[in-house]
Design a binder for this molecule. Structure first.
Ligand code: FSO
Ligand code: SF4
Length: 531
């Protein structure tokens, strides 16, 4: 196996024995096989035009291969078979036969055969030129991240033909040996553009369904009673669970990226949505031991579960772990019954933190914010956001937030916020100094805030007193970065380390065009940003 798609990749170069995330070589080969199959499907889907079943499958197939989603070989084998059936369907719909090995892909009948085939389609087989291969990897990871957001939007009944056409075009393009480096750079930038549309689609789906988030205190302690913990990003799944647990004497808690759910009027109205449990995803194995109720994951990031909670752990949607019960569809009675069997949580009130500062809430007080900037009360905004992870270098983000001067405001989003969201930041004239904009997909909201401020100050986003300090872990962060680059945003600092799939030449290109750079020290970076 060779996988280098996430930040924790072994030795900063690539997982080649087993994944640091827990991905075994057979699963790695099957995921590579599925991506190859999706490229084959795309060659025909690109010619066949829109077909809802094929497009839906493409999204699910890509999201399945995102870091910390699916570790279950038989499920991925099933997807490979389905991919082949849909390729044959797309071939019929297109009315053409395409020459070449990718187009004529056919999977083996059994899992060992599919694994052996997958081993022939590793990431290094995507191109012989390492710079082109690097940009193809950026594009593929961007597509995976965008597929995650599209999946949530599709679950809420949304889709977009132009975006879906791009998915198929871009996947097909990765097999085209006549394309050069700048063609793939163009596709990667277009991926950033399409992702802005997808994040906008998801934002509209969320806010149309559940209302705009409002600033909301979230309890970090526990309430006496039976309980279910929900981890992931999918709001619709949480809503269904809240409906099905209503009146059953079960309290529902959020975990990780579900925290911002508390800000949505359509979800906070459930009085049994009582709080948030634990920190960021990488702490789950040690924290879930202390959560006696049922636990369910609806998207990444699942970690190898410890034996002490596997019997009360469930997965849903595209998430799967070998031996862990999977809920297919929308009936959560197995989870509810497990929660009722499990011991109750104690009454143990804790700290309260605020969430719910989406663009609607922040721009609702735009006059106050603008006046505070003009009066010199707010000197600078920092967007400190992105993913969390296990590496010690991520303390940088805690230190950065702690050292941000008192006349600065920090916008944050995604699970990276757990590095500092329990610290006391105070406020500036009633505006909290730490504003939780939401989940990683709410980068859309952060962009709306930045654009509105730029409009108010009659300048470009790059001219605002705003600096972006991002932390990355998996492929959603890759596509958000592509969106920021598409928008022409410069001077982004990124860490804790640079992606292994970026070659020195590609990095130079990014530095020259966008002045993007790795984080250095908090003092030096902050001085440069405030200077
Ligand atoms: Fe974090 Fe995991 Fe939301 Fe990612 S929970 S690391 S960028 O999945 O998607 O922020
Ligand atoms: Fe390694 Fe990350 Fe790939 Fe897992 S997803 S195998 S940790 S590079």
């Amino acid at each position: 196996m060779l996988c280098n798609q996430c930040e924790q990749t072994a030795n900063g170069t690539g997982c080649n024995i087993s994944g640091v995330c827990g991905k075994k070589p057979d699963v790695a080969a099957l995921q590579d096989h599925l991506i190859y199959g999706l490229k084959s499907l795309a060659l025909y889907a690109n010619k066949a035009g829109r077909n809802a079943e094929i497009d839906r499958f493409t999204i699910e197939g890509l999201f399945t291969t995102v870091t910390n989603v699916d570790f279950e070989p038989t499920r991925i084998g099933g997807l490979i078979k389905r991919c082949y059936e849909l390729k044959e369907k797309a071939k019929t719909l297109s009315g053409v036969t395409i020459d070449g090995t990718v187009a004529s892909w056919k999977p083996a009948e059994d899992l060992p055969g599919m694994i052996a085939q997958g081993e022939q389609h590793g990431i290094n087989t995507q191109h012989i030129n390492e710079d082109i291969r690097s940009v193809i990897e950026i594009l593929i990871y961007g597509l995976k991240g965008m597929a995650a957001y599209m999946d949530h939007a599709m679950i809420l009944g949304r889709s977009d033909d132009e975006v879906m056409a791009f998915f198929q075009k871009a996947l097909a393009a990765t097999t085209d040996s006549s394309l050069g480096l700048m063609d793939f750079v163009g596709l990667a930038m277009e991926c950033g553009k399409q992702n802005l549309a997808v994040m906008g689609l998801l934002n509209a789906a969320h806010t149309d369904t559940y209302g705009h988030p409002v600033p909301t205190p979230v309890q970090l302690g526990t309430k006496a009673g039976k309980a279910i913990l929900v981890s992931g990003h999918d709001l619709k799944m949480l809503e269904e669970l809240l409906k099905q647990t209503d009146g059953k004497g079960i309290n529902v808690y959020t975990h990780g990226e579900m925290l911002p759910a508390h800000g949505y009027p359509g979800l906070k109205k459930y009085s049994h949505l009582v709080g948030n449990f634990g920190g960021a995803w990488q702490d789950q194995a040690k924290e879930f031991v202390n959560f006696p109720g049922a636990i369910i994951f609806n998207t990444n990031c699942i970690q190898r579960p410890s034996d002490s909670y596997t019997d009360r752990l469930f997965t849903w949607g595209l998430v799967a772990w070998p031996g862990i019960k999977h809920i297919d569809g929308w009936d959560f009675s197995a989870v509810i019954n497990k929660a009722l069997e499990c011991p109750a949580l104690p009454e143990n009130p804790g700290q309260e933190i605020l969430t719910g500062f989406g663009h609607n809430a922040v721009l609702g007080v735009a006059d106050k914010v603008i006046a505070a900037v003009k009066a010199g009360q707010i000197r600078h905004f920092f967007l400190v956001g992105g993913c969390d992870g296990a590496k010690s270098g991520r303390n940088y983000y805690t230190e950065f937030a702690e050292k941000a001067p008192k006349d600065t405001v920090i916008l944050t989003l995604a699970c990276g916020k757990y590095r500092f969201n329990k610290l006391e930041f105070g406020d500036i004239g009633g505006i909290p100094r730490l504003l939780d904009v939401g989940q990683c997909n709410d980068a859309y909201s952060a962009i709306q805030i930045a654009v509105a401020l730029a409009d108010a100050f009659k300048c470009g986003v790059n001219d605002l007193p705003l600096s972006m300090v991002l932390s990355w872990y998996e492929q959603k962060a890759v596509v958000i970065l592509l969106t920021l680059l598409h928008l022409g945003i410069k001077n982004i600092k990124i860490g804790p380390s640079l992606p292994a799939f970026i070659t020195p030449n590609v990095l130079n290109f990014l530095v020259e065009n966008f002045n993007i750079g790795p984080i250095t020290t908090v003092e030096a970076d902050m001085k440069a940003m405030l200077g």
